[in-house]
Unconditional design. Structure first.
Length: 72
């Protein structure tokens, strides 16, 4: 699964962000499971990118929530 740029994430609506977040969390759990069973990680850079993308999505979701609250 390709990593999405920050600008593309900002264009997504809330449902798309939630779906992407769920997909990334599943992928992260799968990769971590492989790492724990094998004893080493095949691509540590991939794990780092997944974690960063999850953090970006959560940040953007919070920013959008604040925008909605401020506009009310």
């Amino acid at each position: 699964m390709a990593i999405i740029k920050k600008s593309e994430l900002k264009k997504m609506d809330a449902n798309a962000l939630k779906n992407r977040l769920i997909e990334l969390k599943k992928e992260l759990n799968l990769e971590l499971g492989k790492a724990h069973s094998a004893g080493k990680v095949q691509s540590p850079g991939r794990l780092k990118e997944i974690k960063k993308t999850i953090a970006r999505i959560l940040t953007i979701m919070k920013q959008k929530e604040k925008e909605v609250k401020n506009s009310e």
